[in-house]
Design a protein around this ligand. Structure first.
Ligand SMILES: [Fe+2]
Length: 435
């Protein structure tokens, strides 16, 4: 009988653990990549090339850019035998990483009629095969080094899946035919529930990710934060019925409710309602990815800017929660809610909520917190350190994910960030007040 030493057994256990982690990573890689393709499968090549403003990108570009991310940060860094699918793509599909070279101008991405959507499909397949080969054959130390970057690439691709939906919604809103992506949005006319407020005590609370599972660098380091006062948080996001009352009460015409920048934004852009709201024959209609319809009074209002969220909170005699208050309320709660897997792609009226509801999913919730580094924050070394850290100026934090966020993507510590006037994301708000 063959004799094994303890170290033989240990390395056999390590090897089988590593084989399992390779299999698990490959399965997750395939699932995320397939989800992107499933999302764009109803789109024509013309749909895939739409770009309606500089902030959005064509669906075809998102498909290529997420592929470029794996090619640039995994294959070219960790696989010495890898040859680029097409070296010209390095510039076309680099979004903002100065550390790896030049970038094609963002506002002009729709001018890239070529490569066409079919060729992008071949690019995706080619890089997928190369990543499969790498996961299967890379030696142990290369695999270990690359695995966390592959994981980052998958979370990155999920972020772009959400952007494919929000960017397409923006482009479709210009088409009088009101094109649909899904048909699962069931319009309703639920009675709006009264808001209830939940009490939270003042005190020191742990904020940020503890490193036990995947997180983005901007969620670290975990640190104590002081919540100076007792506070209250609304049991649900603000709904369309309440927002209609704000509009009817002259909310958009009362400068005292608005931040100075917000009031300038309202006047310069003739803002009178959330994005995608339009008045037809005296009635408000909203765009959803399943077509145009009346707003459901009980569904969370979405596509509001930080300025609108702030003004509404003022009008309601409340305020926006800080991101620390939000995280204090969300910590330890299960991440359940309406995410993109429902195919509805629109927030839903809460179903008889007890306590806090819809913290996760439905709408990203604007907070009163500027997007800033946590104490001791250090971006990753190299070009990948450009992922989050360099955007920490002039943006506000949103929490909780939306109806366009892939399930499993968000968590209590997740920080999204947008500029105060941005409103093409599924952004809404939840009220807070001092106790
Ligand atoms: Fe990206």
């Amino acid at each position: 009988m063959e004799q094994h030493t303890i170290s033989d057994r240990e390395s056999a256990v390590e090897a089988s653990g590593e084989a399992e982690s390779r299999d698990a990573l490959r399965a997750r890689f395939d699932a995320v990549r397939e989800a992107t393709e499933a999302l764009v499968s109803p789109l024509s090549p013309e749909d895939q090339n739409l770009q309606s403003m500089p902030e959005v990108s064509p669906a075809k570009w998102h498909r290529a850019h997420t592929t470029w991310f794996f090619e640039t940060f995994v294959l070219e860094r960790f696989d010495p035998g890898y040859r680029a699918f097409d070296p010209a793509f390095a510039e076309l599909f680099n979004s903002y990483y100065n550390g790896v070279g030049r970038q094609y101008p963002r506002p002009e991405r729709a001018l890239l009629s070529r490569p066409g959507s079919e060729e992008i499909g071949r690019y995706r397949e080619s890089v997928e095969h190369a990543v499969h080969r790498f996961i299967e054959r890379a030696d142990s130390s290369r695999f270990t080094d690359a695995a966390s970057v592959i994981e980052l690439g998958l979370h990155h691709e999920q972020q772009h899946q959400e952007l494919i939906l929000t960017d397409l919604k923006h482009a479709f809103s210009y088409n009088p035919l009101a094109p649909r992506l899904g048909s699962a949005d069931q319009a309703g006319n639920h009675a709006a529930e009264a808001t209830a407020f939940i009490d939270f005590p003042a005190g020191t609370t742990g904020i940020g990710a503890d490193g036990s599972a995947f997180c983005f660098d901007n969620e670290t380091p975990r640190h104590p934060a002081l919540l100076a006062n007792d506070f209250k948080l609304a049991n649900r996001p603000v709904n369309c019925g309440e927002f209609l009352e704000f509009i009817a009460d002259g909310g958009y015409t009362e400068p005292r409710l608005w931040l100075s920048d917000g009031w300038t934004w309202v006047r310069e852009n003739d803002i009178e309602a959330p994005l995608y709201w339009r008045r037809e024959d005296g009635e408000w209609r909203i765009d959803t990815l399943a077509g145009r319809r009346a707003p459901d009074l009980a569904e969370p209002v979405c596509h509001v800017s930080f300025y609108e969220a702030h003004a509404f909170a003022e009008w309601a005699g409340c305020r926006l929660p800080t991101e620390f208050e939000w995280e204090r309320a969300a910590a330890q709660r299960s991440v359940v809610g309406h995410f993109a897997d429902s195919g509805r792609f629109h927030p839903a009226a809460p179903a008889g909520a007890n306590g806090l509801s819809a913290l996760f999913g439905d709408v990203w919730e604007w907070t009163a917190s500027p997007y800033a580094p946590y104490p001791g924050f250090k971006p990753a070394a190299g070009a990948i350190g450009e992922y989050n850290g360099k955007f920490m100026a002039n943006q506000m934090v949103l929490r909780g994910g939306s109806c366009a966020t892939p399930p499993g993507h968000v968590r209590a510590t997740y920080r999204n960030f947008f500029y105060p006037p941005d409103r093409w994301q599924f952004s809404g708000l939840r009220l807070a007040k001092d106790a």
